[in-house]
Design a protein around this ligand. Structure first.
Ligand code: SF4
Ligand code: SF4
Length: 107
């Protein structure tokens, strides 16, 4: 694969890792990814509107005082094709919901 490659201001090459998946079963809807993303990739939605199995929800967060236990909202990928592969979203996600991969240069 010939991956899409970026260049820093100093001229060093780096390989962006673009978002490929968001695990809504573990997402707690905290909005951290939405706040740090410089693009229009994310959208917060009502969990009720999704066709998710409630048994799949991760409720480990309930013992964590840093996070709300309101799981009525969940993050979704509105436009993953707008991602620039910076991985800022994964750095702030407390539940490791987000997956990334380099992508090939379009033919
Ligand atoms: S990798 Fe960067 S651009 Fe892509 S979704 Fe995450 S924060 Fe947004
Ligand atoms: S940062 Fe993680 S847990 Fe929080 S809304 Fe985004 S995907 Fe969900």
């Amino acid at each position: 694969m010939n991956p899409i490659t970026g260049v820093t201001r100093g001229g060093a090459e780096w390989i962006p890792a673009f978002i490929t998946d968001l695990n809504q079963a573990t997402c707690i809807g905290c909005g951290r990814c939405f706040k740090v993303c410089p693009r229009d990739v994310f959208e917060i939605v009502d969990r009720e509107d999704l066709d998710l199995d409630e048994d799949d929800y991760d409720d480990d967060y309930s013992d964590d005082d840093d996070f709300s236990d309101d799981t009525s909202m969940v993050m979704s990928l509105q436009d993953p094709m707008d991602c620039i592969g910076c991985e800022a979203c994964s750095r702030v996600c407390p539940k490791k919901c987000l997956s990334h991969e380099p992508q090939p240069v379009a033919a």
